[in-house]
Design a protein. Sequence first.
Length: 60
Amino acid sequence: MAETLVVVSKVKKVVKEAGFRTGGDYIEALSGKITALVSASIEKVKAQGGKKTLGAEDLI
């Protein structure tokens, strides 16, 4: 399993408050999506050149 990039207890709390439960693979898949999103933002900024800080505008 890769490194978890979410606060598991907080994600589970939000899901539980909505009346649902998280499956065993949900947190790992969510972390994978976050990793992909961050990587895409990094690549976008690299392609633009110049800045070294990711901002909301860099989310794809």
